[in-house]
Write a protein of this length. Structure first.
Length: 469
């Protein structure tokens, strides 16, 4: 019995290994494709390529030169390219589309959902846009033009017009008949949005509730009554994301200025928005390009980063200027130079913590109009409390190392003042940037560094000179 069991186990393991090996041979992975790239893709298996996930193909495309991209695209089917384009950054997808012949580009655009097609076309030159859209069927071209008329960071710019809707005075059976009639595929058949005779949104009903309703019942009788969850086409995408998260819905209806239903934003679009916004915020926070990635050409990245580095040079010079005012005192007391960076470093970290929390709260709409004074006060107090705790530790360490109690006192008072100031600055900077109509994260860390360095150095050197000289 034991021998047969062991034999069965070994045979099962062999079958599993065999299955895994067959499975791994069904498609390419990134490393395999990059090896074939070195051989100009001459030995590329088209069948195996057709089974390769679109995100792997997208990663490969971004690493190819323009001519190699064209050769690689020739080996992909229209449907595969249609899956790849929406996963790329808008500039990259537009560049890939521009390299295709018009007839093929048109076929691919016709395969895309309207919002994905608008996403790809948006970054093309106006001349290329008109040329391609002029060759599309009139209805499809008008739909894309309508989406392009909205700013890319608004609800209208990311919505899809393919929405499942029904008149509020229709019977349930009429609704099912409508969706069985072979209409174009809708994005959100888990929810049906109800409109009045003028197309204005009046509510929605879930598919589950629709199935359980009587066939003679009118849609208006079983609505969820969530008209307030709709967003205007001109609302920022951040508001759409906030509404979806708070309502726990898979889609958000979008209306025009008259309240007419014109589209929806789905959860997958919101996930992409949140990912893009998080990426942009973390990059612009430190002065990098919002759309930059590690595969961009050197000249592109330098052009994006250099202006903020020049600005950072100016802000850092302010700290150097502060130090120059105390040059004579530092020559007499070199201990001040030893501990000076300790104060500025702790201030920068404390302010950075506040900055991260403040930017997140602004982005998610948690920071409301009446909260401002309380936010500033609480963040200042948080910095003050941290300053007391860190100041005590730094004071004890400084006094023990130098055998000088006054050095410890200088560190103690400097930490308190600097961390309290940096706590306030971490909340104040993104708030002011937003009030000035800038991105709250726009190089906020560069500005914060200027404040932490200048305040920290000045306070420590002033207190140190007062206590030690």
């Amino acid at each position: 019995m034991g021998g047969r069991s062991e034999e069965k186990r070994q045979r099962a393991e062999g079958q599993e290994l065999s299955y895994e090996s067959v499975k791994s041979e069904e498609n390419y992975n990134f490393d395999e494709l990059m090896k074939l790239y070195g051989d100009d893709f001459r030995n590329l298996d088209r069948l195996k390529l057709s089974r390769t996930p679109s995100h792997e193909l997208g990663h490969v495309l971004l690493r190819l030169g323009r001519e190699d991209q064209v050769n690689f695209l020739k080996k992909l089917s229209d449907s595969v390219i249609g899956e790849i384009l929406p996963t790329l950054a808008s500039e990259d997808s537009a560049e890939v589309l521009a390299q295709l012949k018009d007839m093929r580009a048109l076929r691919i655009l016709s395969l895309l959902e309207p919002d994905d097609a608008a996403y790809v076309v948006r970054c093309l030159d106006a001349e290329d846009q008109d040329r391609l859209l002029g060759k599309l069927p009139m209805e499809a071209a008008e739909t894309i033009y309508d989406l392009l008329s909205y700013d890319k960071d608004t609800a209208g710019g990311v919505m899809t017009p393919n929405v499942g809707w029904a008149r509020a005075d229709w019977a349930v059976d009429e609704v099912f008949q409508k969706f069985r009639s072979g209409e174009p595929e809708k994005e959100n058949l888990d929810v049906v949005y109800a409109v009045d005779e003028h197309g204005r949104l009046v509510g929605s009903v879930t598919l589950h509730r629709l199935i359980r309703a009587s066939g003679e019942q009118r849609i208006g009788q079983i609505l969820d009554g969530d008209r307030h969850l709709a967003c205007n086409a001109d609302d920022p995408t951040s508001l759409v994301a906030q509404v979806m998260m708070e309502s726990n819905r898979q889609s958000v209806p979008i209306v025009d200025h008259l309240g007419r239903l014109i589209g929806i934003v789905t959860s997958d679009d919101v996930i992409d928005l949140l990912k893009d916004n998080a990426t942009r915020d973390i990059q612009v926070l430190h002065g990098a390009g919002a759309e930059e990635n590690i595969h961009d050409p050197v000249h592109y990245s330098v052009a994006k980063r250099n202006p903020w580095l020049i600005f950072n040079l100016f802000t850092a010079s302010l700290g150097a200027l502060v130090v120059s005012f105390f040059q004579t005192q530092i020559e007499q007391l070199t201990l001040l130079a030893v501990f000076m960076t300790l104060v500025t470093s702790l201030g920068g970290n404390s302010g950075g913590q506040t900055l991260a929390v403040a930017i997140r709260s602004l982005a998610l709409g948690e920071w409301r109009r009446g909260d401002t004074r309380g936010v500033f006060l609480r963040e200042t107090l948080k910095g003050l409390c941290n300053g007391v705790i860190i100041g005590i530790v730094a004071a004890v360490a400084g006094a023990c190392l130098t055998h000088n109690l006054r050095v410890g006192l200088a560190l103690f008072f400097s930490m308190i003042i600097n961390l309290a100031t940096c706590g306030l600055a971490g909340a104040l900077i993104p708030y002011c940037l937003q009030k000035l109509k800038f991105d709250p994260a726009q190089s906020a860390y560069v500005v914060l560094t200027m404040i932490t360095d200048t305040v920290g150095m000045y306070v420590f050197l002033r207190i140190g000179c007062w206590l030690l000289l």
